[in-house]
Design a protein around this ligand. Structure first.
Ligand code: ADE
Length: 359
């Protein structure tokens, strides 16, 4: 414990001395006004420092206080934001200004916990404002800081996972300077922004190259670990709706696949979009069934998004004459309209049956 503290003190000393020599004199670092710090952080969520600077200057010139921004016309705020994109951020910012005025008399709350209750303020932004404006000893961990910490201290947990975030937060809590948390946070951010850069950092001039895990093991490019977002998998589902009279053939989905326990129709999955059932040649069961009736209608292709899958779904309605004996494959049965109404169905199938005026 004592040695942890000593290490943290040593780390802080080196970090602060690096910062004092190397940091950029950015305008939001020359103020302790929480309103201006908040503005800068919202703008920097959206863009890089160089592009964000003129926006910061415009906003602080046009709306020098939170009251001015709260009283502004939303159209004017959006106009000033123009070019940054993602306009809901500007709208949220305007909303928050009004909230600060109406609920807090124009004074920003002074702790990270209370700040994080404002709209659009996550952990990072709340901690940044609380430390920069009010000197609260809370660590502001943005992407830069995750990179610095993971490399120097060899933290390999996924920075996007909840467990990972907890681990980083725990280490950050032991590191943060209680004498000068504002400078500590600015320094960590700046160190990540200009020294411990994502690609090809110049480690030979780094003040931490004697203790850095990534430098020692030459794994700068592997840290921080950021689990890749799973790309949605495309699937092509071709449903054949066999109809005899008013009855439709349906089956309960029982596999470990999607929609377990819900009812769908005779399904043939293909590797890509099909032009016609002929593209499914080789499926003996399907062709035996199709031979008993005629295709009456083909739906459009529905695109349906699930968490990790993008479904492309098309429905082929097949009329089977009532006098034709028709044996369905195992586990698929004819159901009356009333029964179908009551069956649990994927929302997509419900939509289809409604759109085609079956239900
Ligand atoms: N990015 C986000 N906050 C920042 C800050 N205070 N200084 C530099 N870059 C930042």
């Amino acid at each position: 414990m004592i040695s942890d503290q000593l290490q943290a003190i040593d780390f802080n000393k080196k970090l602060k001395s690096w910062y004092l020599k190397n940091h950029r004199p950015l305008p939001w670092r020359q103020t302790t006004d929480p309103y201006k710090i908040w503005l800068s952080e919202i703008i920097l969520q959206q863009t890089r420092v160089a592009q964000g600077m003129p926006y910061y200057e415009k906003f602080t010139a046009n709306y020098p206080t939170v009251f001015d921004l709260a009283n502004a016309d939303e159209r004017d705020v959006l106009r000033l934001w123009q070019g940054l994109g993602y306009y809901s951020r500007a709208r949220n910012m305007h909303y928050t200004a009004r909230q600060v005025v109406s609920e807090f008399g124009g004074k920003f709350p002074e702790t990270a916990l209370t700040l994080s209750k404002l709209k659009g303020l996550g952990h990072y932004t709340a901690a940044a404002i609380a430390s920069f404006a009010f000197n609260e000893a809370v660590a502001a961990i943005d992407g830069n800081v995750y990179r610095v910490m993971s490399r120097i201290f060899g933290i390999k947990s996924d920075m996007l996972s909840n467990e990972g975030k907890k681990e980083f937060a725990k280490v950050a809590k032991t590191l943060i300077s209680h004498e000068d948390p504002a400078t500590y946070n600015q320094a960590m951010i700046e160190f990540g922004a200009i020294q411990c850069v994502p690609v090809s950092p110049n480690c030979t001039i780094c003040p931490f190259n004697d203790i850095c895990y990534a430098y020692a093991f030459n794994v700068q490019n592997e840290l921080p670990v950021k689990a890749k977002k799973q790309k949605a998998k495309n699937r092509f589902l071709n449903y054949f709706i066999f109809q005899q009279g008013e009855k439709l053939a349906m089956q309960e989905r029982s596999s470990k696949d999607i929609w377990k326990g819900l009812y769908d129709f005779f399904l043939v999955e293909s590797a890509g979009q099909i032009e016609s059932p002929d593209d499914l040649d080789g499926n003996e069961t399907l062709f035996a069934l199709l031979g008993k009736g005629s295709i009456r209608q083909i739906s459009k292709t529905y695109v349906h998004l699930l968490t990790h899958q993008k479904l492309h779904v098309q429905f082929w309605w097949v009329t089977i004459p009532e006098n034709v004996p028709f044996d369905l494959p195992p586990n698929i049965y004819f159901f009356s309209k009333n029964a179908i109404e009551a069956l649990p169905k994927p929302i997509l199938i419900n939509t289809l049956l409604n759109e085609e005026k079956y239900l």
